[in-house]
Design a protein around this ligand. Structure first.
Ligand code: PA5
Length: 346
């Protein structure tokens, strides 16, 4: 898992190159794209959305589930991402997109999604098989950005080339025995981590949560700035010191973010420290949003692997998800979740 995490910048570049070859058609000045996928597959479009929202006139709606919004129609494009190609929610979304008359692209390593897309003449961007879906993030993220490249006012090709050497350098530093990921994991320790980020980087906070849950097999949470200052703040304020020491708050901050949000975050940090909550700040690479996202993904992935090592757990298997999929597998296609599913371990 560690080797795969360290390869992310390379697999991102490969994925981007392949994605460009199958770029989605753009027919209007303000195109609407929907991206459906779950877990380690769904997060790729979510991360790319951070760029699309900030830098293009397009709308990219991320769908985590099986039902597409009723607004989807023949003028829209739907990207279906499932690493395994067998996730029932994504297969249902594939059918729904077809019924709505939308154009489709599938991003997968194979499975039923690839079979059905190929039979229907839907373009398939294949990523290498045999990986844990969440460890294929480089391929999926690069592939998604390549596919959606026409949405951007100018191609991301030059940008990917420009940020690559900087990311490679940083990732080399992360791999040092006492690099940033090791230090972060040590500071989080056994505390329940809350990952906070400004709206534009929220998908990154979500990715960190996913990775801690799946790799380190422990709970984590994420929330959005500045929104959480209008609710979670009250909860923190009322948290007694003896309880507060069980939590860690990790703020993922981008230097180019909004200065007003930064001022509020400093206030939050003072409050948290006053309550005895371990409070950590991660400064994301300032130069470019894409660079900050990629670096943030690798940093979070490696931190989650250090947390797994602390607990002496194998980060690779996700037995609980495998059992769930086995239990509901026969519902694939019909999409109904059987009431008798027995995938829950005692
Ligand atoms: O990381 C994982 O293994 C999961 O989060 C999967 O990505 C999720 O269950 C969906 O499966 P797939 O990515 O194969 O569609």
């Amino acid at each position: 898992m560690r080797a795969l995490a360290l390869e992310t910048p390379t697999t991102f570049r490969d994925g981007f190159r392949h994605g460009l070859e199958l770029s989605v058609p753009v027919r209007t000045a303000a195109p609407r794209v929907y991206a459906a996928g779950m877990g380690g597959s769904g997060i790729a479009a979510d991360l790319v959305r951070a760029l699309v929202v900030a830098e293009t006139a397009a709308e990219l709606t991320v769908v985590r589930g099986f039902a597409l919004p009723r607004a989807v129609g023949p003028r829209d494009h739907v990207l279906l991402t499932s690493y395994s190609g067998n996730t029932w929610e994504t297969l249902r979304a594939y059918d729904a997109a077809g019924r709505a008359g939308a154009t489709r692209t599938a991003l997968t390593s194979g499975g039923t999604l690839a079979e059905r897309a190929e039979a229907d003449g839907v373009p398939v961007l294949r990523v290498p098989p045999g990986l844990p879906p969440r460890a294929a993030i480089g391929h999926l993220l690069g592939g998604t950005l390549g596919l959606l490249d026409p949405l951007f006012p100018e191609s991301n090709e030059g940008r990917v080339a420009a940020v690559s050497p900087r990311i490679d350098r940083r990732v080399r530093r992360f791999s040092a025995p006492d690099g940033a990921p090791a230090q972060l994991a040590r500071s989080i320790g056994e505390r329940l981590p809350f990952f906070y980020a400004e709206s534009a980087f929220l998908p990154l906070a979500r990715r960190w949560k996913h990775q801690v849950e799946e790799n380190a097999k422990r709970l984590a949470a994420f929330d959005e700035l500045p929104e959480l200052l209008h609710n979670a703040l009250v909860g923190w304020d009322a948290t007694p010191k003896n309880v507060a020491r069980r939590f860690a708050v990790v703020v993922l901050e981008w230097a180019e973010g909004d200065p007003s949000v930064r001022t509020s975050v400093r206030y939050l940090e003072r409050l948290l420290r006053g309550r005895g909550v371990r409070t950590l700040k991660v400064d994301l690479a300032p130069e470019d949003r894409l660079e900050a996202l990629l670096e943030g993904v690798v940093l979070g992935d490696l931190t989650s692997l250090h947390l797994a090592r602390r607990r002496k757990v194998d980060p690779l298997p996700v037995d609980a998800i495998t059992r769930l999929k086995a239990a509901v597998g026969h519902a694939t296609g019909s999409g109904s979740f059987p009431a008798t599913a027995t995938g829950v371990a005692d």
